[in-house]
Design a protein around this ligand. Structure first.
Ligand code: HEC
Ligand code: HEC
Ligand code: HEC
Ligand code: HEC
Ligand code: HEC
Length: 423
C-alpha cells in the first residue's frame, strides 16, 4: 500500500521509476530503454530492433561510425566537440537521448546507445520546424518541443469511457486486454515485476503525421551550408500530400509497423522503382529503351548523399556469353546516364566528401515520381537476349574502395530490379 502511494507521487511528478534495492528512483522518460516497452509491445520492439533507428549510433552503425570518428571524434568520450568547438549536431538525430542531456559519451547510458528508440520518437510533442530564422537550422530533437509523457497516436489509448464503465478493472485496460496498462498514471505488475508508471498523452496531430519524422529527415547542411540530404525539400517539390507513414509505417497485423525500411532493406528497395527494357531490331542494330520510374514523393535514391543506383545492360549470344555491355568498368566512369547519384564538389568543382563539400555537383537521381528513358544502340549480330539490371548502393564507388573495413553486406550492390528482352 505504501509503495503504491509513493508510486502515485512520482507518477504525478511525471517521471518514470526504477527500483534499486527496493527504493524508488525517479527516472526521466528519455532514460527509459526499449527493454521496458518490450515487455508488452513485443512485436513492435522486434520490428524496431531490426531497423536503422535502433542502429543509428557510432557503436551500432559501422558506416555512421566511420564518418563520426572522422568528422567529430570518439563516441566513447565525454565532452567531445566539433572543430568549431560546438556540441556535435549529429547526436541531435543519431543519439537523441544523449543530445537531450548534452552528453557525448554514447555508451554511458543504454538509452543513449539505443539511438532513435521508443521514447525518442514518442516524446516529440510539437514540431517547430527546422528553420530557426537567420538562415540557421535547428535539427533533430531541437526542432521539437519535447514532452515527459509518451505521445500516442490516440487509437487504443482513447479509453476514458471504458475506464469509467469498468471501475473494477485494476489495470484500467478496459477489460479483455492481455497486458496491464502502465499508461494510466500508475505503476503495474507484470510477471512479478513492477513496471513504472509511463504517463501518456494522446497527440494524433503530431504522432500520426510526417511531422514526427521531419526534424531528422527534412534536410541537413554541412558546415559550409551545403545540403547533405534533403528528403524534405524533395518531398515539397513533389506536391504530394501522402505522408511518410503511409509507406514507411503500414499497418501490419493490426499495429503500425516499426521496421521503417529504407536503403538497408532490399524489399523496400524493390518497391521503389519500375524498370522495363524494350528492344527492337532495325537493320544491323538493336534499339533499346530502358524506362526507370521513381514511385516515391522523394528522390530515388534519397537520404544520405552517397546513396546511388547504377544500371547495367548486357547483350548475350546463344551460348550465354556477354557480347556487348553499356559499361566496361563502372557506369559512373563510362556511361554516366546509367548512374543515378547526388554529387558534392569542392571549390574547383571536383567530387569530394560530404564534410568537405563547398557546392552541389550534378544531381542525376530521379526526381519525385520522375520517369526517365535511356536509349542505347548496339550491334544486333549474334544477340539473342538483352538483360538490364538496377543496382542500389549505400556508398559511392570511391568510398567502397576506401572503406575496406566495412562488412561486405554494406558495400556490395543490391539488385533491385531486372528486365529482359528476347530477340
Ligand atoms: C506493462 C505493459 C506495457 C508496457 C511495459 C508498455 N506499454 Fe504501451 N501500452 C500498453 C497497453 C495495455 C496499451 C493499450 C492497448 C494496446 O495497445 O495493447 C499500450 C499502448 C501504447 C501506445 C499506443 C496508444 C494508442 O493510442 O494506440 C503507445 C504509443 C505505447 N503504449 C508506448 C509505449 C512505450 C514507448 C513504452 C515504453 C516506454 C510502453 N508503451 C510500455 C502496455 C504497456
Ligand atoms: C530523432 C530523429 C529521427 C526521427 C524523429 C525519425 N528518424 Fe528516421 N532515421 C533517423 C536516423 C538517425 C536514421 C539513420 C540511422 C543510420 O543509418 O545510422 C534514420 C533512418 C530511417 C530510415 C532508414 C534509412 C536507411 O538507411 O535504411 C527510414 C526509412 C526512416 N528513418 C524513416 C523515418 C520515418 C518514416 C520517421 C517518422 C515516423 C522517422 N524516420 C523519424 C532519425 C530519425
Ligand atoms: C521513428 C519514430 C518511432 C520510433 C523509434 C518508435 N515509434 Fe512507435 N510510433 C511512431 C509513430 C509515428 C506511430 C503512429 C503510427 C500511426 O498510428 O499512424 C507509432 C505508434 C506506436 C504504437 C501504436 C501502434 C498501433 O498501431 O496502435 C505503439 C504501441 C508504439 N508506437 C510503441 C513503440 C515502441 C514500444 C517503440 C520502441 C520499441 C516505438 N514505438 C518506437 C513512431 C515511432
Ligand atoms: C510512396 C511510398 C513512400 C512515401 C510516401 C515515402 N517514402 Fe521514403 N522510401 C520509399 C521507398 C520505396 C524507399 C526506398 C528507396 C529509396 O531509398 O529511395 C524509401 C526510402 C526512404 C529513406 C531511406 C534513405 C536512405 O538513405 O536509405 C528515407 C530516409 C525516407 N524514405 C524517408 C521518407 C520521408 C521522410 C517521407 C515523407 C516525407 C517518405 N520517405 C515518404 C517509399 C516512400
Ligand atoms: C538532421 C538529422 C541528422 C543530423 C544532424 C545528422 N544525421 Fe546522419 N543521418 C540522418 C538520417 C535521417 C540518416 C538516414 C537516412 C538518410 O540517409 O537520410 C542519416 C544517415 C547517415 C549516414 C549513413 C549511415 C548508413 O548506415 O548508411 C552517415 C554516415 C551519417 N548519417 C553521418 C552523420 C554525421 C557524421 C553527422 C554529424 C556530422 C550526421 N550524420 C548528422 C540524420 C542526421
Amino acid at each position: 500500500m505504501k509503495v503504491i502511494t509513493k508510486l502515485r507521487l512520482f507518477a504525478a511528478l511525471g517521471g518514470a521509476l526504477l527500483f534499486a534495492g527496493g527504493a524508488a528512483i525517479a527516472q526521466p522518460l528519455h532514460h527509459t530503454t526499449s527493454d521496458t516497452c518490450k515487455q508488452c509491445h513485443q512485436e513492435i520492439y522486434k520490428q524496431w530492433q531490426g531497423s536503422m533507428h535502433a542502429n543509428s549510433t557510432a557503436f551500432t552503425d559501422p558506416i555512421h561510425a566511420t564518418f563520426y570518428k572522422n568528422v567529430v571524434g570518439d563516441p566513447g568520450q565525454e565532452g567531445v566537440t566539433t572543430k568549431a568547438g560546438k556540441y556535435p549536431v549529429c547526436l541531435q538525430c543519431h543519439a537523441p537521448n544523449a543530445a537531450r542531456d548534452g552528453k557525448t559519451k554514447i555508451d554511458a547510458n543504454p538509452a543513449y546507445n539505443e539511438g532513435v528508440n521508443c521514447v525518442a520518437c514518442h516524446s516529440l510533442k510539437t514540431f517547430k520546424g527546422i528553420e530557426a530564422g537567420n538562415g540557421k537550422l535547428r535539427l533533430g530533437i531541437q526542432a521539437y518541443e519535447l514532452a515527459d509523457a509518451i505521445q500516442s497516436p490516440g487509437r487504443k489509448s482513447v479509453n476514458g469511457l471504458e475506464k469509467l464503465t469498468a471501475s473494477n478493472d485494476l489495470f484500467g485496460s478496459g477489460g479483455g486486454e492481455q497486458k496491464p496498462n502502465p499508461h494510466q498514471g500508475e505503476a503495474v505488475e507484470l510477471d512479478g515485476k513492477t513496471i513504472p508508471s509511463l504517463p501518456m498523452e494522446s497527440n494524433p496531430l503530431m504522432v500520426r503525421t510526417s511531422k514526427n519524422c521531419m526534424g531528422c529527415h527534412d534536410k541537413r547542411n554541412n558546415s559550409h551550408g551545403v545540403p547533405l540530404c534533403n528528403t524534405g525539400d524533395e518531398y515539397k517539390m513533389s506536391s504530394s500530400s501522402v505522408d511518410c507513414l503511409a509507406c514507411h509505417m503500414p499497418i501490419n497485423d493490426g499495429v503500425a509497423d516499426h521496421s521503417m525500411g529504407g536503403g538497408h532493406d532490399s524489399a523496400m528497395l524493390q518497391r521503389a522503382v519500375l524498370f522495363d527494357l524494350k528492344g527492337e531490331r532495325g537493320g544491323d542494330n538493336i534499339q533499346l529503351i530502358a524506362t526507370i520510374k521513381n514511385l516515391q514523393p522523394h528522390s530515388l535514391p534519397t537520404g544520405a548523399p552517397f546513396r546511388n543506383i547504377y544500371m547495367t545492360v548486357k547483350a548475350y549470344d546463344s551460348e550465354g556469353s556477354v557480347i556487348w555491355s553499356n559499361t566496361e568498368s563502372h557506369p559512373a566512369q563510362d556511361d554516366k546516364q546509367a548512374y543515378l547519384a547526388y554529387g558534392l564538389v569542392d571549390d574547383e568543382g571536383k567530387p569530394t566528401s560530404p564534410p568537405k563539400a563547398k557546392a552541389l555537383g550534378p544531381d542525376s537521381r530521379l526526381k519525385p515520381f520522375e520517369e526517365r528513358s535511356l536509349n542505347y544502340t548496339l550491334p544486333a549480330k549474334g544477340v539473342v537476349l538483352v538483360r538490364g539490371e538496377l543496382h542500389y548502393n549505400l556508398l559511392w564507388p570511391g568510398l567502397v574502395k576506401q572503406f575496406t573495413h566495412l562488412p561486405k553486406d554494406l558495400t556490395a550492390p543490391t539488385l533491385i530490379a531486372a528486365s529482359e528482352v528476347a530477340l
